[in-house]
Ligand binder design. Structure first.
Ligand code: MG
Length: 387
């Protein structure tokens, strides 16, 4: 029996994680649940899964949950999320599932790694912002980081049992997002609802916008670099509109091994939770004869400048990816609330990287401080623009 400590429980990945865990009650017990502020969503999950510990990021939400469930221990804010990740440090078999969105996921990951607990990781910012520190800690503590993302799960599956020296390159595919058929000129006038209409995947809002700008693909390149210890120069991207082939590995002998499946996050979640076993799950089976063809095309970096910005930040290293992420997080939030046009996301990120006070070997505290400083600068710049 494996205890699950799940952060981001009320979100898209969190709910699908619970669905996969519920389908195997002989293997998984839901011990702790955490969420940002969705009190009603959490109330429903508590009734269904009966966790021992609950963390709510929002203090008012935590207080409401504590009143509703006096028998459950309730944590609040950042401390609550960190406590969830490292709850019961003697539980060596437990798994921390990190499915929160944003840099808020970084410290809980570090807390779980410090007690030697495996982490199933859907939170991108953990590796984008803190990749170097996080991977060093995972190696030191001999714990595993199991990716919950279709592309990284695909790479993981393709790399199983392979000699790292035989890898020529990793290739991650991109659907192109909601605006793949629009020109740069048309992008000047796109709205929030248009950006949220992803052609293939149903996901949370933040990641759907990141898909439209291709920043999401940039994050995935940075994550793959850390997760698999592959140099940036050996990680490529290719446009694949159908989103069935999630990633491939090309080996030195000319072989390419790819992973193909429907667009359904329950598969990567199931693979991470059950690894090294494969178990049946309810995801759609692909009928290749019916699909007929897969298409591939190069990604135009001028059409998607955020992808180039991500490569540049990763090449620079240090606290540059932290700045990239912070500026993007604020810019996407401003776009989602209708405050800035779509194309301003990329100009905000570009400016943040140009103005960065660079630190080559940042500590965790310095990464978090870079995050805070860049957020503040972006908000201040935006406020000035309003005057
Ligand atoms: Mg992905």
């Amino acid at each position: 029996m494996k205890n699950l400590y799940l952060l981001g429980a009320t979100g898209s990945i969190g709910r699908q994680t619970l669905e996969i865990a519920e389908a195997a009650p002989e293997r998984f017990r839901i011990l702790a649940l955490g969420a940002d502020r969705d009190v009603e969503g959490m109330t429903e999950l508590i009734r269904r899964h009966d966790p021992r510990f609950v963390a709510m990021n929002d203090p008012a939400a935590a207080a409401t949950i504590a009143v509703r469930f006096p028998d459950i221990e309730v944590g609040s804010g950042k401390t609550g999320m960190i406590r969830l990740a490292a709850l019961d440090p003697e539980d060596r078999e437990g798994l921390f599932v990190n499915a929160v969105v944003g840099v808020a996921g970084l410290e809980p990951t570090v807390a779980a790694l410090k007690i030697g607990r495996d982490v199933a990781l859907a939170n991108k910012e953990t590796l984008v912002v803190g990749g170097q520190i996080v991977m060093a800690l995972a190696r030191e503590k001999h714990v595993r980081i199991l990716p919950i993302d279709s592309e990284h799960s695909a790479l993981w599956q393709c790399l199983e049992g392979e000699n790292p020296d035989s890898i020529l390159r990793l290739v991650i595919t991109a659907s192109g997002g909601a605006f793949r058929d629009k020109s740069r000129a048309e992008l000047e006038h796109v709205g929030v609802a248009d950006a949220l209409a992803h052609p293939n995947w149903k996901m949370g809002k933040k990641i759907t916008i990141d898909s439209a700008t291709m920043m999401n693909k940039g994050f995935e390149v940075i994550e793959a670099m850390h997760l698999f210890g592959i140099p940036l120069g050996k990680i490529d991207t290719v446009l694949h509109r159908e989103s069935y082939l999630h990633a491939l590995v090309e080996f030195i002998d000319g072989s390419m091994i790819a992973q193909i499946s429907s667009h359904d996050m329950r598969l990567p979640i199931s693979y991470a939770l059950h690894h090294p076993d494969r178990v049946p799950n309810p995801t759609e089976r692909l009928d290749l004869a019916k699909i007929g063809k897969f298409t591939f095309a190069p990604i135009d970096f001028e059409r998607y400048p955020c992808l180039g910005l991500a490569y540049a930040a990763a090449r620079r290293g240090g606290n540059a990816p932290a700045a990239l992420n912070a500026a993007n997080e604020v810019a996407v939030a401003l776009f989602l609330e209708g405050s800035i046009p779509f194309l301003m996301i990329e100009s905000i990120v570009t400016a943040a990287l140009e103005q960065l006070a660079f630190i080559a070997q940042p500590t965790l505290a310095e990464l978090l401080s870079t995050d805070a400083v860049v957020r503040e600068a972006v908000r201040a710049r935006y406020a000035r623009q309003l005057l």
